[in-house]
Design a protein around this ligand. Structure first.
Ligand SMILES: Cc1cc2nc3c(=O)[nH]c(=O)nc-3n(C[C@H](O)[C@H](O)[C@H](O)COP(=O)(O)OP(=O)(O)OC[C@H]3O[C@@H](n4cnc5c(N)ncnc54)[C@H](O)[C@@H]3O)c2cc1C
Length: 340
């Protein structure tokens, strides 16, 4: 039998989650399946709905956010794993060299997919993220499914993690006792269907930096059956072009792979060059060779690998065309911290 707890504060929730067999309950769109399976059914569900710290979407800096949630700014930086964020191709400095928009977005773990899709700051700063959340399932799912749930649930076919990976997102995690650690999304899924969350830990938010001015984002979910079906293969690309030269690019593949993946060394082949059709094709081929795909009822692994070749090429070409037409500030022209 499963019992419910309804905490009204983060410390209360963390204490309840410390009990063996307890699980966080967010939108319950995935948990509903676990409850029907005696082998996966939690003994206690800890509702996150009464926790104001986990709600909402904030445009701002990590420092501003840390004032709102458990933990201090010092804990924030100490617990960050330390990998550069944004643009695996090149260094963080290169990526942000065009002047970042400053701040970024912090998506509360209990923000619903519908709220992310409709939020003015998300649509203005990271429209590709709004679009990805808007395409999940149907309006009933988007009305309750949450940012924390779509990451912690670790469903390999799910869309938002792929886009968040291409955006260099970080996951903010509250630990039992109230300390906080921040994990880059590319370290969040150590193996298929699992996360780095330890027993009793809770995702409180996801942070996404605002990309440099002129960065464009594209997400292409390839669905083999109806539009309501989950994605067979998802390709996300962020790219910035300055004077015809690629100044930063990041590709992420998901839904058809055991966990969302990207390869910084392949992405780097685009940077510092004027990408043409041949280079785009070479990068798509390199991804098709490097990626390990899932074999399931939707498609074989071999078919998916071919689709990686096709959709990386098409998504890159579309992003390149859009980036080339998007004014990108040069480092000299844009003061650091200017909104883009
Ligand atoms: C009909 C249907 C169609 C769908 N179509 C799509 C689709 O097209 N694309 C797509 O990407 N996805 C799709 N999904 C999957 C959907 O995205 C997930 O079910 C949903 O995002 C899970 O979020 P939730 O808030 O409901 O999580 P819950 O079901 O509440 O929780 C899921 C898991 O995460 C844990 N958890 C939740 N929140 C936290 C937290 N803050 N910290 C730590 N652990 C937490 C829970 O304990 C549980 O183990 C579909 C689902 C349904 C039911």
């Amino acid at each position: 039998m499963t019992t419910w707890t309804h905490p009204t504060s983060l410390p209360e929730a963390l204490a309840a989650l410390a009990e063996p067999g307890a699980a966080a309950a967010a939108g319950c769109t995935r948990l509903a399946f676990d409850l029907a399976d005696p082998r996966r059914r939690p003994t206690r569900l800890v509702s996150l709905r009464g926790l104001p710290d986990l709600a909402g979407i904030t445009a701002g800096t990590a420092a501003e956010w840390s004032e709102r949630t458990a933990g201090t700014a010092a804990e924030w930086s100490e617990c960050t794993t330390g990998r550069p964020v944004g643009g695996t191709a090149g260094t963080t400095a290169e990526w942000s060299g065009g002047g970042t928009a400053g701040g970024g977005l912090v998506l509360g773990a209990m923000a619903t997919h519908g709220q992310v899709a409709a939020h003015p700051a998300v649509r203005a700063t990271l429209p590709v993220l709004a679009e990805a959340f808007a395409r999940v399932g149907n309006v009933r799912v988007r009305g309750v499914a949450t940012v924390g749930g779509v990451l912690a649930g670790a469903g390999y076919a799910w869309d938002p993690p792929t886009v968040l990976l291409a955006l260099g997102a970080r996951v903010r995690i509250a630990r039992p006792g109230g300390a906080v650690r921040v994990v880059p999304l590319d370290e969040f899924y150590p193996a298929p269907g699992t996360t780095v969350l330890r027993p009793g830990e809770l995702i409180t938010a996801v942070e996404v930096d605002a990309p440099p001015t002129g960065t464009v984002g594209r997400y292409q979910p390839f669905r083999t059956r109806s539009v309501e079906d989950t994605t067979c293969l998802g390709v996300a690309v962020t790219m910035r072009v300055v004077d015809g030269v690629c100044a930063g690019a990041r590709i992420a593949i998901g839904s058809g792979t055991p966990v969302p993946v990207g390869f910084g060394d392949i992405d780097a082949e685009l940077v510092g060059r004027a990408p043409d059709a041949a280079r785009i094709r070479a990068v798509a081929d390199a991804y098709a060779d490097a990626v390990v795909c899932v074999d399931d009822l939707k498609a074989s692994a071999a078919y998916r690998a071919e689709m990686v070749r096709v959709w990386v090429r098409r998504t890159l070409a579309a992003a390149l065309a859009e980036a080339a037409a998007t004014p990108a500030a040069t480092p000299a022209a844009t003061p650091a911290g200017t909104a883009g």
